[in-house]
Design a protein around this ligand. Structure first.
Ligand SMILES: [Zn+2]
Ligand SMILES: [Zn+2]
Length: 148
């Protein structure tokens, strides 16, 4: 999954908060959990995973922290001006961060490889063929082995 030759920039709606990606994509997921529905206001979240060291943040942000499964912290960084989430990380996957794919505004971005929390998937949402299905989330450390 190369896409490392060119810097990729994810940015918020107003443009002042940016995540600049300089390394390879590690995984792409769609997540149907209820928190992702609330966060995104949409039927599911579409997230790209990178190594934290491959992402540089620019502009100002605020942090929202919540507890995910088993009380592990999930930190979400969003623009204080327009509210867009541009970056998240969780204790479940140390060294890995995720960026909402929509923030890249790239219709050619790779399709998701995994479909998470299908227990709360809307019945009309049909994941792409060949995708891995999970009733809930992935095991800790599962992000990297899926990287190609
Ligand atoms: Zn903004
Ligand atoms: Zn989710």
């Amino acid at each position: 999954m190369g896409r490392s030759s060119v810097e990729m920039v994810a940015r918020c709606l107003c443009g002042q908060f940016r995540a600049v990606v300089t390394g390879d994509l590690k995984s792409v997921a769609m997540c149907h959990c209820l928190a992702c529905k609330r966060r995104s206001g949409s039927a599911f979240a579409y997230n790209a995973f990178y190594q934290t060291s491959d992402v540089r943040l620019e502009g100002t942000h605020k942090v929202h922290e919540r507890e995910g499964q088993e009380g592990r912290k999930i930190r979400r960084l969003f623009c204080p001006e327009c509210g867009t989430t541009v970056y998240s990380s969780g204790e479940k996957f140390p060294g890995i961060c995720n960026i909402p794919v929509g923030a890249f505004a790239d219709p050619d971005f790779p399709a998701p490889l995994v479909s998470l929390f299908e227990e709360s998937k809307h019945a009309w949402v049909v994941p792409p063929p060949g995708i891995e299905h999970y009733v809930q989330g992935r095991a800790p450390g599962a992000v990297r082995p899926e990287a190609k």
